[in-house]
Ligand binder design. Structure first.
Ligand code: NIG
Ligand code: ZN
Length: 420
């Protein structure tokens, strides 16, 4: 039986169309394709037509209607970098940092990622599932319909698989679409601190082949940072992933310039993430090779660090995407709309650019732009309706949740700001 739904009378429909083959760069990041007094018709979970209200309403009849008068319709937002599946919180470390300890000092003393690894290792599959499901519900309530999720708090084959299996189960059972990334190289376990090479070999020989065999991830990510994985170790881990069909991603140049952006460009990564301290050469390399810069301003905000140079990157031709980096240590938030505020206020981006960075460019950063990230015929009917009169208000009023309605694959999943 066909299921049809029509959104009518929207103050603005932001389609984001026109970025078919590649992410938006430079001026194209400001091309939103806005339809005033717009409408969207969808059938069986897919978008059929987007256009002016009168045209669409006279051409299509639907079983269900949503009146979007006075509201803004956008593609469902996409978060391309999260550490969704984990156990526990680290507010104690937050208090330590407020007194002057640094993120890396806390990690070197056995806290940080190690603390969350202990908690995640101790948690059962069911416990991790329940905690992560609650976070996904919150993402949905904030207008996000696709979320990338990394492992990396297991650090043994058994516990990395456990995290990835939770992602897989959530993908099957939750409305939000999940894209899975293996990140066994998130930290060197404390017990192996003196023999990092043994751990690198274990990631390469033991973990990557098993993750690939079980088809539990699409991407392979490494924390390339002084005191964690060197550029040379990172390269080996990412090359090994490539041999098993895992596409490289890199946590690059977060704390200091370390050649992460350069490595991302030379190895053909789909994205380089963080980039707070990316070098001039690194930015140039990303632009030339088309590696997407996934910027995480919530992390700079929460770690009280300098923000990534988004303006410089966009002007240099880097395709920029934005993400929450949702995790318990460096960015405990799920609010992608707040990240949009930070993009404008702290990184020199425009309201148009932050919308591009959380829709179509975010989709490209996790390889799903063929079916998400814009409102175009044939794509999944993933749609967010904001209770604001125009898109500018989204990045103007900050720290507020304006989400009214979310439609996922043609189904109403949030109505009046409430989960259905
Ligand atoms: N920097 C490395 N990984 C995460 C933080 C993980 C944590 O602190 O638990 C990040 O992207 O910020
Ligand atoms: Zn991260």
């Amino acid at each position: 039986m066909t299921e049809t739904l029509l959104i009518t009378n929207a103050a603005q429909v932001v389609t984001m169309k026109g970025h078919k083959d590649k992410p938006a760069t430079k001026d194209a990041m400001s091309e939103l394709d806005i339809i005033e007094n717009g409408a969207v018709f969808m059938e069986n979970g897919k978008i059929v037509a987007v256009g002016n209200d009168q045209e669409i309403c006279s051409a299509y009849k639907a079983d269900h209607h949503i009146d979007a008068s006075g509201k803004v319709v956008t593609p469902g937002l996409i978060d391309p970098h999260t550490h969704l599946v984990h156990s526990g919180t680290r507010e104690n470390e937050y208090a330590m940092r407020l007194k002057g300890k640094t993120y890396m000092e806390i990690m070197e003393a056995g806290g940080g990622i190690h603390a969350t690894t202990r908690a995640t290792q101790a948690a059962t599959h069911e416990e991790l599932y329940e905690q992560s499901k609650k976070r996904l519900d919150q993402f949905l309530l904030h207008g996000v319909t696709t979320v990338e999720a990394k492992s990396g708090y297991g650090l043994t084959l058994e516990h990395e698989l456990k995290q990835l299996e939770v992602v897989q189960k959530l993908q099957q059972e939750h409305a939000v679409d999940l894209i899975s990334t293996f990140m066994g190289a998130h930290a060197i376990p404390i017990a192996e601190k003196e023999k990092p090479e043994l751990f690198v070999e274990r990631v390469i020989q033991e973990m990557i082949p098993e993750v690939a065999k079980k088809k539990l991830a699409s991407f392979n990510d490494v924390f390339c940072e002084r005191g964690v994985f060197t550029p040379e170790q990172s390269r080996r881990i990412l090359e090994a992933g490539k041999k098993h069909g895992l596409i490289p991603k890199i946590h690059a140049d977060e704390i200091e310039p370390y050649g992460g952006a350069e490595l991302a460009a030379s190895i053909g990564a789909i994205s380089a993430d963080h980039l707070l301290k990316a070098s001039e050469q690194g930015i140039k390399d990303l632009a030339e090779t088309g590696v997407i810069g996934v910027l995480l301003p919530g992390t700079a905000f929460f770690l009280m660090a300098e923000f990534a140079e988004a303006r410089k990157m966009i002007d240099a031709g880097v395709a920029v995407a934005l993400s929450t980096d949702a995790n318990p240590g460096s960015s405990p938030t799920i609010s992608l709309p707040f990240i949009m505020n930070l993009g404008c206020l702290k990184m020199g981006m425009t309201p148009e650019e932050v919308l591009t960075a959380t829709t179509i460019n975010a989709a490209y950063a996790i390889g799903c732009a063929d079916e998400a990230g814009s409102l175009e015929a044939g794509k999944k009917a993933d749609i967010t309706i904001f209770n604001v009169p125009n898109y500018l208000t989204l990045s103007y009023q900050y720290g507020m949740n304006h989400v009214d309605t979310v439609i996922k694959a043609g189904k109403l999943v949030v109505k009046g700001g409430q989960l259905q």
